[in-house]
Design a protein around this ligand. Structure first.
Ligand code: HEC
Ligand code: HEC
Ligand code: HEC
Ligand code: HEC
Ligand code: HEC
Ligand code: HEC
Ligand code: HEC
Length: 306
């Protein structure tokens, strides 16, 4: 009787010790053996970095951390908020109907596995590794954005629209300013026009025209005429007179030439205070500083000569 009890106790102790050892093994392998620079994908090894036990295909995936990708993909989530795509969110109604079946959600939410076929990298498969290093679902795509447009409406897609500068609460989205400005200008005091009694000049990340052309391509307009030139003295005088008369601005490039922003206001309405003439045209049709049909041309051109 006594013997049986001793054996039982011994067994219990040894399993407990084994469990502790096991626990230690996993935690040391996470912090020591595998570091942020280890590429454990497509190796056919390191199964227990992500799985509690090696799973069987088609059965429970036995993922560690309850399958939480923030913890599983800890090498990549080291800088939260930096990743290109939001996860852990439930798609809006209009996305829900668009999301194709081969881009699965996880518990109804966007997840790493929605776009990445993670099981693909569980295998030691050189061919997959070479052809589809990021194990993206539906690979290959001619353009990276082709994947995006499987869920996002290409036309409605405003993510890269640097002119959408305010969030739902009307607050400035600083990141948007940095598409064009070196640092976020103070909307109340920074200025482009040196004649104003403000102190801080706005700075740009490059030539303004090149900046606009990066997304919009080259333009030969309006009226199919190249307007990106230095205005004559007469037109310059006309521009100055119009600015005074209409309370608008027609900013020229630093080299004195007409540039895209001379006619278009790149800012969303509400960024530049309405009391500042530089706000004219913000959010208007074609982002034109003045109504295209009625006023814009006449800010520079004499009615008689047109
Ligand atoms: C980097 C983390 C990681 C590593 C390393 C890893 N796996 Fe996985 N594995 C996952 C994830 C995450 C899933 C779940 C994927 C899903 O649900 O789409 C998974 C799924 C699986 C599945 C289930 C596939 C299915 O659909 O039935 C098997 C089997 C599997 N892994 C085996 C392995 C084996 C064997 C190894 C080691 C050679 C390994 N994994 C290494 C993360 C990993
Ligand atoms: C909406 C689809 C989508 C989701 C969701 C997604 N990814 Fe990606 N992931 C991509 C695309 C597209 C690439 C870029 C592939 C390329 O450029 O070759 C990528 C690339 C990566 C890379 C390669 C390094 C890099 O930044 O280019 C890592 C690492 C990565 N993803 C991890 C994750 C993790 C972790 C999650 C979950 C938090 C996740 N991904 C969620 C689409 C997605
Ligand atoms: C599987 C579908 C899917 C794919 C593929 C996808 N997205 Fe998304 N994306 C979503 C969902 C869902 C949201 C959350 C907002 C919503 O539901 O409308 C979202 C939101 C975003 C947002 C946040 C702003 C917004 O529109 O709410 C950005 C930025 C974004 N996606 C960029 C991308 C990029 C870039 C790619 C391609 C690399 C991509 N998406 C691919 C489904 C997808
Ligand atoms: C697409 C490019 C672009 C983006 C994005 C952009 N700006 Fe500008 N910004 C310009 C250009 C061009 C000018 C000079 C012409 C003008 O005044 O509109 C300018 C001028 C300004 C001025 C000076 C106005 C004046 O009185 O002369 C302020 C202030 C300003 N920007 C603030 C911002 C803020 C804040 C953001 C972010 C919400 C932002 N900008 C985003 C292109 C941009
Ligand atoms: C990062 C890319 C990007 C940059 C840089 C950029 N834009 Fe845009 N712009 C867009 C997008 C996206 C839209 C919205 C597309 C749409 O819905 O027509 C847009 C819309 C416009 C429109 C309105 C077009 C229409 O049909 O109503 C004008 C005008 C314009 N931008 C001028 C400019 C000027 C001027 C600059 C430089 C100061 C500039 N953009 C810089 C991406 C950009
Ligand atoms: C002299 C004024 C003027 C200048 C300079 C100017 N635009 Fe325009 N832009 C207009 C007018 C007016 C329209 C609307 C009618 C038209 O398309 O001719 C327009 C239309 C647009 C549109 C709407 C889409 C389209 O093609 O109809 C975009 C985008 C645009 N301009 C971008 C630019 C960019 C980028 C530059 C600089 C390379 C630029 N504009 C220079 C006056 C101007
Ligand atoms: C910011 C000033 C400015 C605006 C606004 C402007 N233009 Fe011009 N336009 C010029 C300059 C400068 C020239 C070059 C010829 C010159 O110096 O007389 C020019 C040339 C032209 C020409 C060629 C004819 C000629 O005299 O050489 C036409 C046509 C024209 N513009 C039409 C338009 C139309 C239509 C609009 C309105 C949609 C418009 N412009 C808006 C400044 C402007």
């Amino acid at each position: 009787m006594m013997r049986v009890l001793t054996i039982t106790i011994l067994i219990l102790i040894s399993t407990a010790v084994f469990a502790i050892k096991n626990e230690q093994h996993t935690s040391t392998s996470l912090t020591k053996a595998v570091t942020i620079t280890t590429n454990l994908h497509f190796t056919g090894k390191y199964c227990t970095e992500c799985h509690l036990k090696t799973p069987v295909e088609g059965e429970d995936t036995l993922l560690k951390f309850g399958g939480n990708f923030n913890q599983l993909c800890w090498c990549h989530i080291a800088t939260p908020g930096e990743y290109i795509h939001p996860v852990d969110i439930e798609p809006s109604e209009d996305k829900k109907v668009r999301i194709p079946e081969d881009l699965p959600l996880q518990n109804g939410k966007m997840s790493c596995l929605t776009c990445h076929n993670i099981y693909m990298q569980c295998q030691n498969n050189f061919e997959y590794q070479m052809s589809n290093k990021r194990f993206l679902r539906g690979f290959p795509y001619a353009h990276r954005t082709d994947l995006c447009f499987r869920c996002h409406d290409e036309k409605k897609y405003k993510m890269l629209d640097p002119h959408n500068q305010l969030d739902e609460n009307g607050n400035i989205v600083v990141k948007k300013c940095l598409y064009c400005h070196v640092e976020k200008p103070d909307e109340n005091s920074a200025t482009y026009s040196s004649t104003k009694l403000h102190f801080k000049m706005v700075n740009f990340v490059g030539s303004l025209q090149a900046l606009c052309e990066r997304c919009h391509g080259k333009h030969n307009h309006p009226a199919n005429v190249n307007h990106l030139l230095k205005p004559s003295f007469e037109i310059l005088a006309m521009i100055k007179a119009s600015e005074r008369k209409l309370g608008a601005v027609f900013p020229l490039a630093k080299n004195g030439k007409i540039t895209c922003a001379t006619c278009h206001n790149p800012h969303e309405k509400g960024v530049i205070p309405d009391s500042n003439p530089a706000s004219t045209g913000a959010g208007k049709n074609k982002r034109a500083r003045l109504s295209v049909a009625k006023e814009l041309c006449f800010a520079c051109h004499d009615l008689d000569q047109m």
